[in-house]
Design a protein around this ligand. Sequence first.
Ligand code: NAD
Ligand code: ZN
Ligand code: ZN
Length: 340
Amino acid sequence: MKAAVVRAFGEPLVIEDRPDPEPGPGQVRVRVEASGLCHTDIHATHGDWPLKPTLPFVPGHEGVGLVEKLGDGVTHLSVGQRVAVPWLGWACGRCEHCLSGWETLCEQQINTGYGCDGGHAEKMLAWADFAQPVPNGVDAVDAAPLACAGVTTYKAVKVAGVRPSQLVAISGIGGLGHLAVQYAKIAGATVAAIDVTDEKLELATELGADLVIDARKDDVGQVLKQHGGAHAAIALAVDEAAFTAINSGLRRGGKLVMVALPAHGTIQVPIFDTVLNGTSVIGSIVGTRQDLAEVLQLHAADRTKVICETRSLAAVNESIDELLRGEVRARIVFDLGTGR
Ligand code: NAD
Ligand code: ZN
Ligand code: ZN
C-alpha cells in the first residue's frame, strides 16, 4: 500500500510502498477512500509545536474508508462498513477527563497522524472504539473534512455557548472556518466572518455569514464594536495578530475561543480590559466521539455543506503549498479511490 510519509521536519513528504498494517486487538484496518488535508498536518510535517511527532510518520486525521479487517475482540464494526478516523485515535476511558465527557483532554490519548500513522495512505489502522461509523448517505469525500474541521468547529461553537441572537465573530474562513460559519448559523447566531482574501469572504457570505470583515483593510476590533461587540470570537486563522484583533472586538462578558495553533503562538491579553469587561479566553481542542456523531448526523440531514476539492495522494506536497499560499477554496481532500 502507498503512504505519504514525513521523514524529516520541513522536508517534502515521500510516497512509499509499505506492507498492509495488521490490526492488533481492538483495532481495525481501514481501506482509505478519502483523507482531508488539515492545516494541522502542515504544523505536524514542519514540527511546529512543542510536542513533536516521532519520525517517520504518516500524517492525516480526516481519513474515511471502509473497514477491511477486524482485529481480535472487535464485534461492533463489520467488514465493509464506512468509518471516519479522527484526531482522537484513542483515549483511556478511565481518567477524570474521559469519565466526565472530556475524552479530548485525556492525558494518555493517541492522536491519529501524529502519535500513530494517519490517513494519508491507502490503508490505515484505527482503534475500533474511536472509529466513527459514517451514516448512510454521507459520502467519503464529504465525511473527511467533517472528521476534524467539522467536529472541531462544532465543538468550538458549543464551548462558546452560542445562543440565538448573539453576534459570533469567526476569524479564518478556511477548512475549519467554512464549517464554523454554518454551525454558528445553525445555533442561531448572527455571524461576522473575517479573512484576508476576497474569495474567502465571498464564500463566507454564500454560506450564510451576515457580515464580512476584510482584515487586510478594516480594523476588525472596531468593526465588531460598531456592531455592539461579539459575544464570542472563534480564532481559526493561523496568525497571532488575528487573535488579538478579535479579542479586542468582544463585548462585555464575551468569550475568545482559541482553536488555531500558530507555531510558538502567544498573545498579550490586557489585564485591565479583561477584568473590567469580564471577558474570557478559552482553548478548544477537536471534539468527542459524540460531537462527531452529531456533526455527521447534521450533514446527513442536509444541514451543512462541505466545500472541498479533490487531489491524488501523489499531489500531497503541491497541495500543502497551495494551502500555505491561501489558494484552496476551503479544504483539499485526497481521493484514494472513491470514483467521484
Ligand atoms: P486553513 O489554512 O484552511 O485556514 C486558515 C484561514 O485563515 C485561511 O482562510 C486564511 O486565509 C485565513 N487567514 C490568514 N490570516 C488571517 C488573518 N490575519 N485574519 C483572518 N484570517 C486569516 O487552516 P485550517 O485547516 O482551517 O486550520 C486552522 C488552524 O486550526 C490551524 O492552525 C490548525 O492547526 C488548527 N486546528 C486546530 C484544531 C483544534 O482542535 N484546536 C483542530 C484542527 C485544526
Ligand atoms: Zn485537523
Ligand atoms: Zn483518559
